[in-house]
Design a binder for this molecule. Structure first.
Ligand code: AP5
Length: 191
């Protein structure tokens, strides 16, 4: 099963993805976490990605498509994967489809976390005061939201055309949202 969690910055992709992946017994892979780890280890990927991430821009597709290939190749044991934070552009989604099709697989379900913008900003600023992530500042948050609407939201239509999108209300208590997420997955007979 190939699942994807889609949503704006702060919508809870990481939080909900982790709980769902544990529940389903499949690996969760976050492109943002992989990139942050590359930045902290100062690898060539991290050195190239850092400035884009700090500004709140997407790392270019020419870099990310290679990373996506590595992720999918490393999880080729047939269990599937929960994709958190990728694909993020239509070219990335086309690459995922292509790589999965090579082994007779496809994206089974895209869970779209719906959270209104005021709540997103509140969550990210709250995290800034606790964790100090370099892109959780007002200017980068504004840019991340702009980039989401311009470059990532078109994926909703892309996957709606494949008939795999389920919308989940992403506000409330984490456990309540997780229950909605699991209901959505159960509706697909995956959980
Ligand atoms: P990424 O790490 O994916 O960041 P993001 O999309 O900005 O999302 P966040 O991690 O901020 O939020 P989330 O939706 O995961 O929510 P979370 O659960 O953490 O990407 C970072 C950067 O890397 C990008 O800007 C880009 O530069 C680059 N990048 C990554 N992937 C890329 C790709 N494929 N292509 C190109 N570039 C890429 O929750 C957020 C906060 O809210 C947490 O503090 C959490 O505790 C809290 N929270 C969660 N749920 C609730 C709740 N129900 N109530 C209250 N608080 C909550």
């Amino acid at each position: 099963m190939y699942l994807m969690i889609l949503g704006a910055p702060g919508s809870g992709k990481g939080t909900q993805g982790k709980l769902l992946a544990e529940h389903l017994g499949i690996p969760q892979v976050s492109s943002g976490e992989l990139l942050r780890s590359a930045v902290s280890q100062r690898t060539p990927l991290g050195l190239e990605a850092k400035a884009y991430m700090d500004r709140g821009d997407l790392v270019p597709d020419r870099v990310i498509v290679g990373l996506i290939r590595e992720i999918l190749d490393s999880q080729a044991d047939g269990r599937g994967i929960l994709m958190d934070g990728f694909p993020r552009t239509v070219p990335q989604a086309e690459a995922v489809d292509r790589f999965l099709a090579e082994r007779g697989e496809q994206v089974d379900l895209v869970l779209l976390l719906d959270v209104e913008e005021g709540e997103l900003v509140k969550r990210l600023l709250a995290r800034a005061s606790k964790e100090g992530r370099s892109d959780d500042n007002p200017e980068s948050i504004r840019q991340r939201l702009r980039v989401y609407h311009q470059q990532t939201a078109p994926l909703i239509e892309y996957y709606e055309r494949q008939g795999v999108v389920k919308r989940v209300a992403g506000t409330g208590v984490v456990d309540q949202i997780q229950a909605r997420v699991r209901d959505a997955v159960r509706g697909e007979a995956l959980a």
